[in-house]
Ligand binder design. Structure first.
Ligand SMILES: O=C([S-])c1cc(C(=O)S)c[n+]([C@@H]2O[C@H](COP(=O)(O)O)[C@@H](O)[C@H]2O)c1
Ligand code: NI
Length: 393
């Protein structure tokens, strides 16, 4: 399931949780996931509100336990007890990202860094709750519009901080953002950490069959617009038909295997969809390699020049082709503490080879044993990630 997030005025953990509940995530499963962490002295309720005339869900975390500040390791340990397993994996990823960032910002050990608001009940409920909601909705792939960053200041346990808060900025490294001119904190560290944990991609809605849309309300009221985030669920569009591609080919009888290996790596890094060689016997009985390269018209010229410059070949063929690419989604599973991405197509699922190699080496297990466990775990679980073609294998 695809989840496209539109953070119209910003994104906080409670806004995302409210939007996911509004889109159909059941509150009892979210409460059960948080209860499994062992957190006490809290309650989670969802309220129907309207903001500038738009109906939305606003969540409230009521806290009766006065002990709300914790060290990072303690919060991560609690999140690791969330249930079911994929919820814990996602929540731990978000809190580990917060701990790393806080450690860096405060020049402290990420395990023992003291979390103020971010170690409180609200943050833990928002993070575990959002992970549970994504899992309950079967979300495997998260895409977000660029995040609007506000300006000015925000009050925190650290004192007055600039907006965006330092933790938010650090957690958003690699994310698409835009300045929106709104005063105050529009994106919070918890919202940013959740996007990072799900390995969100950024951009417009991908091709999909539209499902439910949910609206989550923030705690602030803005003078001229609703302070909402929307999440839209959708099934990946069926096979992308008739994608026009170009195949470039050249016969090479005077280059080394070393050069060909180097060239293929360069071509893939430069945007080739694929690059490979086949053995051939050329005129005068010369053993040779045919270099093949799949690309789009957009990259064609640059890649053709790269082949000619690296090999010294005096010519190259061009063949127009049509390819059918099936939709795919990535899920992550945890095999004994090692994250394995599992690629799901419409007809088959396959663990990523590089992840298997790393986990098998660390665990001292045969590759196929780790692969079998990853596939077993992947059937029930859904945390997850990028729909893009990975070139990891
Ligand atoms: O709790 C900590 S250590 C903390 C660090 C920082 C830094 O930027 S450093 C900022 N904050 C502020 O606390 C609240 C928490 O927001 P959530 O909605 O994400 O729980 C927010 O205003 C942060 O800017 C806390
Ligand atoms: Ni801090």
């Amino acid at each position: 399931m695809i989840c496209w997030i539109n953070p119209f005025t910003g994104l906080a953990g409670d806004m995302l949780l409210g939007a996911l509940i509004d889109a159909g995530a059941p509150l009892d499963r979210i409460r059960a996931a948080v209860s499994a962490t062992g957190l006490t002295g809290w309650d989670l309720t969802a309220e129907r509100v309207t903001d500038h005339g738009l109906a939305a869900t606003r969540v409230h975390v009521e806290v009766t336990d006065p002990y709300t500040e914790r060290r990072a390791a303690e919060v991560i340990e609690m999140a690791s007890r969330a249930a079911p397993g994929p919820v814990a994996t996602l929540a731990v990823a978000a809190l580990t990202a917060i701990a790393e960032v806080e450690g860096r910002l405060h020049d402290a050990d990420p395990a023992t860094v003291h979390l103020h608001e971010l170690g409180g009940h609200d943050a833990l409920v928002d993070i575990v709750g959002s992970a549970a909601a994504l899992h309950a909705l079967g979300v495997t792939d998260v895409i977000s519009s660029p995040l609007p960053l506000g300006r000015g200041e925000v009050n925190s346990a650290h004192g007055v901080l600039p907006c965006p808060a330092p933790a938010t900025l650090a957690l958003l490294t690699g994310a698409a953002v835009r300045g929106c001119g709104l005063p105050g904190e529009t994106v919070t560290p918890t919202g940013a950490a959740l996007l990072r944990a799900v390995r969100a991609r950024y951009g417009p809605p991908p091709p999909m069959t539209l499902g439910a849309t949910g609206y989550g309300a923030g705690s602030r009221r803005l003078p001229d617009r609703p302070n909402l985030v929307s999440v839209t669920l959708g099934d990946p569009a069926p096979a992308t038909a008739n994608e026009e591609v170009v195949v470039l080919e050249t016969n090479l009888d005077d280059v080394t295997g070393e050069l060909l290996g180097h060239l293929i790596t360069r071509l893939l890094d430069a945007g080739a969809l694929d690059a490979w060689t086949t053995a051939a016997v050329m005129k005068k009985g010369r053993p040779a390699q045919v270099l093949h390269l799949l690309t789009t018209a957009h990259h064609e010229g640059r890649l053709r020049d790269m082949v000619l410059a690296e090999t010294g070949a005096l010519g190259i063929r061009r063949i127009s082709a049509t390819r059918t690419a099936l939709p795919r989604a990535f899920e992550t599973v945890d095999v004994d503490g090692h994250t394995i991405r599992v690629k799901h197509g419409p007809y088959a699922a396959k663990p990523e080879h590089d992840d298997l190699v790393a986990a098998a080496a660390a665990l001292g297990l045969p590759l196929r044993a780790v692969a079998a466990r990853a596939l077993r775990l992947s059937r029930g679980g859904a945390t997850v990630t990028s729909q893009e073609e990975h070139r990891a294998q």
